[in-house]
Write a protein that binds this ligand. Structure first.
Ligand code: FPP
Length: 249
């Protein structure tokens, strides 16, 4: 932890605890460019990205944010070079195994969203174990979006609902937002209040399309591995200046 981060152990004084977002979601972009800038292979950017994510999770715990969701691998990321995909899968598996004990002790509740059945079997086992072992934890809810696509999530919800209608278990006019939400991967979790994307890109990239309907979006030019507590402080400060109207005047 840098000296600057040590100073930011506690919620900074210019942030209001009662106005903190309950749920923060992050699109961790810019790992490859960060690595290139340092003259390193792209994959080293992902490795550094894991450290940034670990510190953000700790920071959310320290400052009182109740839920964090991170976009770790999209349904489109399979199109990357095979060695990068393999590196990401192995890294993910190793980090899960290494960090699980600590997350159990720190009361973190781990969840995964995405098409998990399409992931390598060993990884699926690691995912099931981490969800099972943290199921009764009541601290921060940490959700990892893995092989996740917002459109695919909406489509699979439509299919499941259509199937219920076909079986006569549900009437079409009974389909409302609450019914729909129960069929999303994120069923039972609250929507993100703040969505952060690093590296300056201004896109949602198929992330939490339904759930982000009223999220405040914050974009920073900083590459993900450099997104530290001072950056998070800036994002939260900007969020607290916004007026959230949810369609009202
Ligand atoms: C985007 O940067 C980043 C990713 C596609 C992967 C992010 C994954 C991690 C940080 C690992 C997460 C691990 C766990 C255990 C949750 P990019 O490669 O698109 O960067 P670029 O736009 O500069 O090329």
């Amino acid at each position: 932890m840098t000296a600057q981060q040590t100073k930011l152990q506690e919620l900074p004084l210019d942030l209001k605890r009662e106005l903190l977002p309950k749920h923060v979601a992050v699109i961790m972009d810019g790992n490859g460019r960060w690595a290139k800038r340092q003259g390193l292979p792209r994959v080293m950017g992902h490795k550094a990205g894991v450290d940034a994510l670990k510190d953000l999770l700790r920071c959310c715990q320290d400052w009182g944010v109740q839920a964090l969701t991170a976009y770790a691998f999209s349904t489109e990321n399979w199109k990357r070079p095979q060695d990068e995909v393999e590196f990401l899968m192995t890294l993910f598996q190793r980090v899960l195994r290494q960090e699980l004990r600590e997350m159990v002790e720190e009361n973190v509740q781990i969840k995964f969203v995405g098409n998990l059945q399409a992931l390598p079997t060993v990884l699926q086992e690691e995912i099931s174990r981490s969800m099972e072992e943290t199921r009764n934890n009541r601290g921060i809810e940490f959700t990892v979006a893995k092989n996740y696509g917002g459109r695919q999530e909406i489509l699979q919800a439509c299919r499941a609902i259509a199937d219920q209608v076909k079986q006569g278990l549900l009437q079409p006019d009974e389909i409302d937002e609450a019914v729909f939400e129960r069929h999303l991967y994120t069923a039972g979790s609250c929507d993100p209040d703040l969505l952060i994307r690093t590296s300056g890109e201004m896109r949602l990239s198929n992330f939490l399309l339904w759930q982000s309907a009223y999220a405040e979006i914050y974009i920073t030019e900083t590459f993900w591995p450099d997104f530290d507590r001072s950056e998070f402080h800036r994002a939260l400060y900007a969020y607290q200046q916004r007026e959230r109207r949810f369609g009202k005047v």
